[in-house]
Ligand binder design. Structure first.
Ligand code: BGC
Length: 742
């Protein structure tokens, strides 16, 4: 669709609310509650109009090939006219009622539309490392502004799956291994997006923790373990951000597809949590009509796509189910009401998106700021960093002369200026492999104008070694490309480990910058004095990395995931179906339960390579005086954080709670709360944090309740899960409450 046509289509909706006021369209009255408005609109809709809202489409070219009796010509024409080319999807509006269409775009780091250049944030895993929900909020506002200005009103963002499987190809789209961190960081992103009057999803619901055979894998896990881990992460996102939509995932959970899983959708999400919005399917994740509708799916989205199994929610297929009583008409009304609710509640109807100009310079600054608050200094022996007084720098590998790596799949944004490197396989889905055009080499040359900064690609190790030998310092960039639809390896691929080892041997002042989708192994770690984890650092990653290496910015990121020391530390030696062609039925049993990440390491007594929460600074901090107290029935903890070094800096103060076996927890300690604290040298601040009671409880399946066992709990404070210097005990009374939200 041309830009002009799109503007015209949007203008139709812009003008509707004003026309509707006082003209018998009570749903346009913004003084009514979103529930009242949605109810009134449903009451005015015909069955055909309701059914129009429950089925979403993608790619008009493919749609044209569908038979007309399944997708009528009028729908095809509407999709052809209104779908934004190259975007994720479109759902028709009801113009006669002033109900806008839904224009959907991926995903958590920015607007993803094929051939549409937009600003990319660092990966979600990267910004989780900021331990600062304001960073994800600001990022959410920025990408939502770009989305609105591009004609979208629905964001398929809000990745909330835990990094249960460290090799999961999509871990970079999520916010780490801990439910409390994920609740706050993904919640921050969704809050930012929805503050701009868009609907955001949270996804992929649920326990979609591996990409190998993602459309067929049957996950077995106990309800209690799920509630205390994967579902708790989503519950905390939900509490933080109240997303308008939830995207159900491809996999099966306890033998039922997620998109027709009564337990997940009806009992937990809509029942216990009181979710008022709609469950939309992942693209191609629907397997039935009546079962899916009755078990909680409200909108079948992204048809035809991704090896779909049938147009189950097309009117042609739903109507007979309604007529024969398999789907009650009240359920159809409920589906429509749920889809409408966030359009009113989040401001989509009252403040429609408008195609318009975008301030890419300001948006790039938001992305750079996010990266600068997120990159994690893992190691800095002898204070090699920040670089001072260097006359020559060797930049080696990772295409660092051109740009910084990004992840693959549906979250991949085409950056302004296009990918800095092309032609790396795979060049088609889930590729292409994109490098953001933000060259660390050029940024370093600009930052150190009087130094000689030279580049070697690393393809020929001897050349890199020669350059490293004649330079004051060597900076080796290593990359791990991950993406949707496949899982990766912890081992760096190609010659990268050998390259680092050889360069480190040639120059003892070797720094490694890691651009990765998740954790990697570092067989060379003992040989290098400094390591910076940059994840996928976004549109201005080269500048952010350089500012940290040169000390213009003091690093303050902390790891949102543990880095295993070896494959032997993983909970699952093999990922079922790994590396096999898609579509093979496989099963996985998560018998580690809720013991994910650092919890697993604690249970097993393993020492990771780098612990969850770890992150260094160019200054130093002390955490002291930890004081737990009961405030009514809730646990509050205060602690003092002091900058004991010589420059301004920030740390992530972390409070963990420990319990003994009688508490029934999956592991000896859990992250209770955290706060990012920015301090001047010598400055102290008292942080006072509330501990969510669910962090203190176990989930009791028999009574569907949370239960806090009476007894002594250990409150620990510090700057990483393995660096908790201060502790204090508190005795808590027993407490039990229903899983149902009030
Ligand atoms: C992904 C979703 C994405 C959707 C639409 C699916 O393949 O799993 O995360 O939102 O495509 O692009």
């Amino acid at each position: 669709m041309s830009k002009a046509l799109r503007i015209a289509a949007l203008m139709a909706f812009v003008s509707t609310p004003a026309l509707a006021q006082g003209t018998g369209q009570p749903w346009m009255d913004s003084s009514k509650t979103p529930e009242q408005r949605a109810q009134a609109a449903v009451a005015a809709m015909t069955l055909d109009e309701k059914l129009l809202m429950v089925m979403g489409y993608t790619d008009p070219d493919q749609l044209m090939k569908e038979p007309d009796d399944i997708v009528p010509a009028a729908i095809k024409a509407d999709v052809r006219a209104n779908h934004i080319a190259g975007s994720a999807g479109y759902i028709a509006g009801i113009p006669r009622l002033g109900i806008p269409g839904q224009w959907q775009t991926d995903a958590s780091i920015g607007v993803r539309v094929t051939n549409m250049e937009r600003t990319a944030l660092p990966s979600s895993l990267a910004t989780a490392a900021s331990f600062d929900p304001k960073i994800t909020f600001d990022g959410g506002v920025m990408i939502a502004n770009e989305a609105r200005a591009s004609g979208f009103n629905t964001f398929l963002a809000g990745g909330g799956n835990l990094a249960r499987e460290p090799r999961n190809g999509r871990n970079f789209e999520y916010t780490g291994e801990d439910p409390v961190l994920t609740g706050a960081m993904t919640g921050g992103l969704i809050n930012g997006i929805q503050s701009r009057h868009m609907v955001s999803t949270m996804k992929h619901w649920a326990v979609n923790d591996q990409e190998s055979q993602r459309t067929t894998v049957d996950v077995t896990i106990t309800k209690a373990a799920m509630r205390q881990s994967d579902l708790l992460a989503f519950e905390l996102i939900y509490d933080t951000a109240n997303p308008g939509s939830v995207m159900c995932s491809y996999n099966l959970v306890n033998h039922d597809w997620a998109c027709e899983n009564d337990y997940l959708n009806n009992q937990v999400l809509k029942g216990d949590w009181g979710f008022k919005g709609y469950v939309m399917s992942d693209w191609g994740a629907v397997h039935s009509a009546a079962k899916a509708a009755n078990n909680g799916l409200d909108q079948f989205t992204g048809y035809p796509c991704c090896g779909h199994h049938g147009a189950f929610f097309a009117a042609k297929n739903l109507k007979p189910e309604i007529e024969n009583g398999n789907i009650a008409i009240s359920r159809i009304d409920d589906m429509a009401q749920r889809i409408l609710w966030p359009l009113f509640a989040k401001g989509v109807v009252d403040d429609p998106a408008k195609v318009g100009p975008i301030d890419f310079t300001a948006d790039a600054a938001v992305s750079q700021n996010a990266a600068e608050h997120s990159l994690v200094l893992l190691k800095n022996d002898g204070n090699l960093l920040p670089l001072t007084g260097v006359k020559s720098v060797a930049i080696i590998g990772g295409h660092a002369d051109k740009g910084v790596m990004a992840g693959g799949g549906s979250s991949g944004v085409t950056p302004i200026g296009g990918s800095a490197v092309t032609g790396i396989a795979p060049t088609t889905w889930p590729g292409p492999v994109v490098f953001m055009p933000s060259s660390p080499l050029k940024a370093m040359q600009a930052a150190l104008p009087s130094a000689k900064v030279a580049y070697a690609s690393g393809d020929k190790i001897a050349e890199a070694v020669a350059l490293a030998k004649k330079s004051d310092v060597a900076i080796v960039f290593v990359t791990q490309w991950l993406g949707e639809s496949f899982d990766g390896h912890l081992e760096l691929q190609g010659n990268q480990d050998a390259l680092v080892a050889a360069v480190a041997k040639a120059n003892p002042k070797t720094i490694v910058v890691v651009e990765s989708g998740g954790a990697i192994l570092m067989p060379w770690l003992d040989k290098v004095p400094a390591v910076l984890e940059a994840f996928y650092p976004g549109m201005r990653g080269g500048e952010a990395i350089t500012n940290i290496l040169t000390g213009k910015v003091n690093p303050s990121g902390h790891l949102p995931i543990s880095f295993p020391a070896s494959n032997a530390q993983l909970a699952h030696a093999e990922i079922p179906g790994f590396g096999k062609p898609d579509g093979i039925p496989v099963a996985v049993t998560y018998d580690e339960g809720a013991a994910i990440g650092y919890k697993w390491y604690d249970v097993k007594g393993f020492k990771p390579l780098f612990a969850f929460g770890h992150g260094l600074s160019y200054t130093s901090f002390a955490v002291s005086d930890v004081r737990p107290r009961l405030d009514g029935s809730s646990l509050k903890v205060s602690a003092t954080v002091t900058n004991t070094g010589k420059r301004d800096g920030a740390t992530a103060a972390q409070i963990y709670i420990g319990a003994d076996a009688t508490a029934g927890w999956e592991a000896p300690k859990r992250l209770g709360a955290f706060a990012k604290v920015d301090l001047k040298p010598g400055e102290s601040r008292v942080v006072d944090l509330a501990i969510d009671p669910r962090v203190l409880a176990r989930y009791d399946e028999a009574s569907d309740s949370w239960v806090i066992a009476p007894g002594t709990y250990h409150v620990m404070a510090g700057e990483a899960s393995d660096n908790l210097p201060v502790t204090a005990d508190i005795t808590l009374p027993g407490y039990m409450w229903s899983a149902v939200h009030k």
